[in-house]
Ligand binder design. Sequence first.
Ligand code: SF4
Length: 316
Amino acid sequence: MKIINSQNLPEPYVLAAVPYEPTREGRIRVTELSMPPQLRYLSRKHWDEMEEDVIDRVYAINSTSTHQILASVHEELKDRHEVFLAECALKMPVLGWDLTGHLDVYIDGILTDYKDTSIWKVKAIKIKMDEGWEKQQNVYAAMLRETMGIEPLELQVVVNARDWRKGEKLRYGADYPPRISVHPIKMMPHNEIMDWIKERVALHQKGNKGEYKGCTDEERWKREDKYAVMKKGRKTALRVLDSYENAVDWMIEDGVDMEECFEVDVDGKYRQCNKKGKDYLYIALREGEDVRCTGYCNAAPFCDQFKATQRNERPI
Ligand code: SF4
């Protein structure tokens, strides 16, 4: 992996931006289990050609420093608790491979993982826990049972909202999440999580031989097209809907007389609709995209599936 420094950040950042090494043959990391097999295969194959910008590693650097600070108090905690594990390396054989990972901290029955994320995500996980986080903690719980005979009682994530703002807290009060929050993770039955681990390892073993399917919509973090009903002179949408037809229906319900509509295509991007003289509404297309491919996948330059979508072809 080549590290580039497009923003000319100071040298310590460049040195700290050391990427992970590709996993050795016959091994897989806990964090790779949920990864699309195509992405893992391409990353390993093109590791030496892939590039990563220091600026894109800053979140990872910050997260590492949080872990290091917390690790510095672990020694003290060790003396106060009966069962205490921190930054503990685990290795479990699965279908002839070694599954490896480091759990963050385990204290008296509670397995904790520290996460750095956005305030947007903290709001989202209050409604529905992130499936990847849920699986990851359950995998560590399974590894503790299988390799150390430890039965965790509770799983949780401690989340730091890195873009938390005091001004927003004062403005929104209880509706705005705290800077640091603790979220329980649902414990999966042991056989269920073990089945999932084996299923994922088997997929990656096939992927290692170049036998994989393309990344799914979910794996590409596909964002569908959206249709925003806009009002002239206003920056934010009145309503955002999933289809053009739904947007038109909403405008009709809002009192737009479609008979009197004057519809115009502007670069194929939107049509506008006369409401009352100059106070018109129009529909703006917010184009969807494969968010992971366009912004978060270092294997994209080597991925035929991504290249095909760039040419507006459908992947086979
Ligand atoms: S670029 Fe997209 S489709 Fe290709 S490996 Fe990455 S995530 Fe998957």
